[in-house]
Ligand binder design. Sequence first.
Ligand code: PLP
Length: 392
Amino acid sequence: MLAQRTGMFKSSGTAAARAAVKAAADAGKEIIDLTAGEIWSDLAPTIRDGAVEAIRKGVNRYTDTVGLAELREALARKVSRETGEVWQTDEIAVTSGAKQALFDASMVLINPGDQVIIPAPYWTTFPAQVQFAGGTPVHIDTRANSYVPSIADIERAVTSLTCAIVINTPNNPTGAVYDADTLRGIARLAIERNFWIIFDECYADFTYDGQAHHPIVSLVPEVRSRTIIINAFSKSLALTGWRIGYMAAPKDVISAVKALQSHTTSNPNVIAQHAVLRHLKEGDGAYEAQLRRQLVTARQVGLSALSGLHTVAKPKADGGFYFYLDLADILPAGSGKTADDIVNLLLAEAGVAGVSGTAFGDPTGLRLSYGIPPALLEAGLGRLVQCLNNQP
Ligand code: PLP
């Protein structure tokens, strides 16, 4: 008999979507896969060289539990540049991807019974991790407000049990980018009502059409003592498999994270740490610029393919690399149908795979990733538009 807590361990919705794609492909169907939360790209030369050099040198030992001192120093400089505040090495922890940084944050901040506000649609892991820590996710529906919560809605959700709010901007799955005024309002509320801000900016490098990402601490420096910044190189350097993320937070949070990691994973992979360190020291921005150009092109190709949609509103796609569609208009009221049904239809009839919003707390949403080669994207979205336009 397994422990009761395994009842909380449902595999993530995005993993389930990938499994459905594999099953269809194994059955001989040609599928265009728009489920991936990652970008198709080669390695940055600095990453490849840094890793090869570390291997050649025979690097093989544990590092400090929360990362190489030199890497933490380089990250402190990066966060200082981005926030306009000075960060020290002991305010940084290197983690095995942003996912571990978020897990650590939940474990060190949340007491059983605490509430954590998570605007919905949300990245599927946020509420799961809050529950692992014994907390209760409290969702705010942002669908009527362009996927950004209003301050009034957040204010209504705050109670004496509120421990934290999770802000993810640019947002997965919706692509929304939080404006500066909203972030200022959230910072003010957090100070007034005494709660933490878990600020996930994994997609910070990807904003479009004049939108800008605002690190919340750069807007309201006083919120720094109650903010946990979460970031990673998974998306910004297309390194999802390398598992290097980080957290920037007050020293006592980092000390607790260090103790936690010392009993769970120990340090993140040492070769990957050296690779990222090399990139931070020697990268000249050319790789990031090329990745960005690639996404700008893919987004343009995708938006023009989606402009053929008649029955469903076109997405804004301000940030990240996702198109998020609201399928409410093609889900007959009272039919009990959800985006899951449309996802299954798309897979079966159009050979296109997306992720149903049910994975993100939104039964009418559909997430389509555009981190794939443009020709494939165009073909996939063309088939999707045709299939959706045929729905009543
Ligand atoms: N945060 C958000 C919003 C994400 O979308 C993801 C991955 O999809 C992560 C965190 C996890 O990133 P990592 O692969 O670095 O663990």
